[in-house]
Design a protein. Structure first.
Length: 241
């Protein structure tokens, strides 16, 4: 997502990804359904933690994101981990199709259900996995705010309306956020809350944080993230949606 992956967003994501089993468990859910020896695309990969884990299950992974900053993080991670079967591409995925159709595509929290389906129809010849939220309200806000972006139930309704056969299942995965200090916590919640930053009080933070004395972190915002994983075939997506 262009403009989203600034230094703070990348740092917070890195900390959560490296201190929880979230992406390893999500990749196992998807990887267990992949045909052996395939070429998989992680569409809108961000800093690429899912792509790094999917590389265990695929012959090749192409990770695509519009953010140069996120792509650079993934390239560095590939070098550090010795991940040689990941290709990182920076740009609008709709404008950079593969030479040969992907064997599978993963759209993890990819904005716009119809957009993802159109891209999958054009670029994939096999399974399409849609990973989307399965929680009704903003997770890090002070007050209750209903989510406005499409979630699991909305995605299912979209596919039902299009007559696309699919399989769907919901999961709850640990995606807690380790934080280095109270000020770091304030910065995190102010970024991801939809309330005014002035509402991120010490009392609110104390209610959301637990001690976490590990790897230089002082606190952790414990969180189990509800997700839905939908599997469908690219060939079943109608043309012209």
């Amino acid at each position: 997502m262009k403009g989203f992956w600034d230094a703070d967003a990348l740092r917070f994501m890195t900390d959560a990804a490296e201190h929880t089993p979230y992406y390893r468990e999500l990749a196992a859910i998807i990887g267990g359904q992949l045909a052996p020896g395939g070429h998989v695309c992680d569409a809108g990969c961000g800093p690429g933690y899912l792509a790094l884990e999917l590389a265990r299950y695929a012959r090749r992974v192409t990770a695509v994101d519009i953010s140069p900053e996120a792509a650079d993080v993934l390239r560095r991670s590939c070098g550090l981990r010795g991940a040689r079967n990941i290709d990182v591409r920076c740009g609008d995925i709709a404008s950079i199709p593969p030479q040969e159709p992907y064997d599978a595509m993963v759209f993890c929290f990819f904005a716009g259900g119809e957009d993802g389906l159109r891209i999958a129809r054009a670029q994939c010849r096999g399974d399409v996995f849609i990973v989307t939220r399965n929680y009704p309200a903003h997770r890090f806000s002070v007050r209750h705010h209903a989510m406005e972006r499409r979630g699991y139930a909305d995605s299912c309704r979209l596919l039902d309306g299009l007559g696309v056969p699919y399989e769907g299942k919901t999961y709850a995965l640990d995606f807690s956020q380790p934080l280095r200090s109270m000020e770091d916590a304030r910065r995190f919640f102010a970024r991801y809350s939809v309330d005014d930053a002035s509402e991120i009080t010490d009392a609110f933070l104390r209610g959301r944080l637990s001690p976490y004395d590990k790897d230089g972190f002082a606190y952790i915002a414990e969180h189990v993230r509800g997700i839905g994983v939908i599997r469908l075939r690219a060939e079943d997506i109608p043309e012209g949606i």
